[in-house]
Write a protein that binds this ligand. Structure first.
Ligand SMILES: O=C(O)CCC(=O)C(=O)O
Ligand SMILES: [Fe+2]
Length: 337
């Protein structure tokens, strides 16, 4: 039985339905073009344990990367190469299950493409399992090795996310207990991504441009490459470093920091030849935790909860086919004042 989602048929159907729009489309996110490659700021987390001077320097580097790039990579992060390798093997096994099985059982919240897409630029040529951390202990015994791998990965990555969030919060004057109080483990989640080879990579993205709805995201990408970030008005391809974990600031840290840290747009381009795997850990607050600027200066963001934000995002996606981070901008109805 075939494990592949019907990407090609779906894209053809979208094209048929919407040929005029596709032909006229001139959005800058539409275009897959050759972009320059960049190396993200690389931070060696072992320096945090080298005493005050080195530790403070490392913390400054983290805060600087968050404000200048919104993205950085870390090494000596505590997740062993063995766990990463085993995660990749488990992902392969999981994604290679028959498509019908993945969809019918809605196992681990399986998703593919984008059901709301009305044109190709809204379609993502990828599939994913969205795993809530509360689901992990309840996974049935068929999935013993998947469960133990996920547990090993999450155990380290969740501690890392909290640690990085606390480091980033320090210069903002956010109470050290903030994350302990507002981000219980159960509210974060893991996304296993698979980007299938795509026969027309210049026309459809692996994952369309977006920002992340969380405080921060920790990603491991394999050696294939394809992640691109929007920095200083242009797209840059992130050079893969399979030893490193990528950290990016999400919308909530941007609001909490009153814009000091940047939640920047990113996307994944498709490749024609090989599949690409990545795993992302999303560090989120509980649904009703209030996110507000904690500094002294006047806030450029109005306070909100994850519940409100998700609702707004759903409305935007239904209306426009994509998440509009621009809705964070402006007064009453919008997020950024
Ligand atoms: O696959 C990647 O490198 C990035 C994934 C991503 O941006 C996401 O899952 O939100
Ligand atoms: Fe993302």
């Amino acid at each position: 039985m075939d494990f592949k989602p019907p990407f090609q048929q779906t894209c053809k159907a979208i094209l048929l339905q919407n040929s005029t729009h596709e032909a006229l489309s001139s959005h800058d996110d539409d275009k897959v073009s050759l972009v320059e490659e960049c190396e993200l700021p690389l931070i060696d987390l072992s320096h945090l344990n080298l005493g005050h001077f080195e530790g403070d320097k490392c913390m400054n580097e983290i805060a600087q990367a968050a404000s200048q790039w919104g993205f950085f990579q870390v090494v000596n992060h505590g997740v062993s190469q063995e766990v990463i390798k085993s995660m990749q093997n488990e992902q392969k096994r999981l994604f290679h299950k028959p498509f019908a099985e993945k969809v019918e059982k809605n196992f681990l919240n399986y998703r593919w493409g984008n059901p709301q897409a009305t044109c190709l630029r809204q379609f993502s040529w990828s599939e994913a399992f969205h795993i809530s951390l509360t689901e992990i202990p309840t996974m049935n015994d068929h999935h013993n090795s998947l469960r133990s791998t996920i547990e090993a990965f999450v155990k380290t990555v969740s501690g890392l996310a909290k640690r990085l969030a606390e480091i980033l919060a320090q210069p903002l004057g956010v109470k050290p207990i903030y994350f302990e109080e507002n981000c219980p483990t159960r509210t974060s989640y893991l996304r296993l991504n698979r980007y299938a080879p795509c026969p027309f990579p210049s026309q459809v993205f692996g994952l369309i441009s977006h920002t992340d709805t969380d405080f921060l995201t920790i990603v491991h990408q394999d050696q294939v490459g394809g992640l691109e970030i929007f920095k200083d008005g242009r797209w840059l391809a992130v050079k893969p470093n399979p030893e490193a974990l990528i950290v990016n600031i999400g919308d909530f840290f941007e609001a909490l920091s009153n814009g000091a840290y940047k939640s920047i747009k990113h996307r994944v381009v498709s490749t024609q030849e090989v599949e690409r795997l990545s795993v992302a850990y999303f560090y989120c607050p509980s649904y009703d935790a209030v996110v507000r600027n904690c500094g002294n200066e006047p806030s450029t963001y109005r306070q909100f909860t994850l519940r409100e934000y998700k609702l707004q995002t759903q409305i935007d996606v239904q209306k426009t086919g994509e998440k509009k981070q621009t809705l964070m901008k402006n007064g009453k109805m919008r997020w950024r004042l």
